[in-house]
Design a protein around this ligand. Structure first.
Ligand code: PRP
Length: 184
């Protein structure tokens, strides 16, 4: 019996999903962000905190484009579960281990959609008295965001569509797609 087609195969080989950002475009933009962050943080030895799960691929590529000393840590939060709509509640599943007081903190998100998660993170990290707190997100949805937080570094502004790939999931799969796709 032939194996059932995976969602990955449907997306990549069968044109099932529309490509929004190619891997070449993603790589070019991350190069630019890395250069910008290198310039802005020279001499500051920032701590770069990835927001799991979604940010792990972007974070891994981004830090390899940053040419100064950095520390890394991770925090894990969730608000979507397996749904396409936010639950409205952010749950922290893993806290950071690093000492934050007096440090220059750069939070790395895969996407700012409604802004609920980044608001949660702002409250949490502000209370830890960092020397500075800035945000970088791979994707930003200007038409969906309800928060007024200024995101310091934005990879791409995208339309309010459900996207998968390059770290972003649907029901926990498709994070390993090398490009970003719109899932209708
Ligand atoms: C996603 C994403 C962001 C958040 C953005 O997390 O990684 O953290 O949603 O959406 P918002 O701006 O509407 O809050 P999710 O809860 O899906 O967890 P995951 O990263 O493990 O996929």
């Amino acid at each position: 019996m032939p194996a059932q087609k995976s969602e990955f195969e449907k997306a990549v080989y069968e044109g099932g999903f529309r490509v929004l950002l190619t891997k070449e475009l993603i790589a070019m933009r991350i190069d630019e962000l890395g250069q910008q962050i290198t310039r802005d943080y020279r001499g500051l030895e920032p701590i770069i905190i990835g927001v799991l799960n979604g940010a792990f691929i972007f974070m891994a590529d981004l830090i390899r484009r940053i040419e100064i000393d950095v520390e890394v840590d991770f925090i894990k939060i969730s608000s979507y579960g397996d749904a396409k709509m936010t639950s409205g509640q952010v749950v922290m599943l893993k806290d950071i281990n690093a000492e934050i007081a007096g440090r220059h903190v750069l939070l790395v998100e895969d996407i700012v959609d409604t802004g609920l998660s980044i608001e949660f993170l702002r409250r949490k990290f502000t209370a830890l008295n960092p020397a500075s707190l800035k945000y970088v997100t791979f994707l930003f949805k200007p038409d969906s965001v309800k928060s007024d937080i200024r995101i310091d570094y934005v990879g791409f502004e995208i339309p309010s569509e459900f996207v998968v790939g390059y770290g972003l999931d649907h029901k926990q799969i498709l994070r390993n797609l090398p490009a970003v796709y719109i899932m209708d």
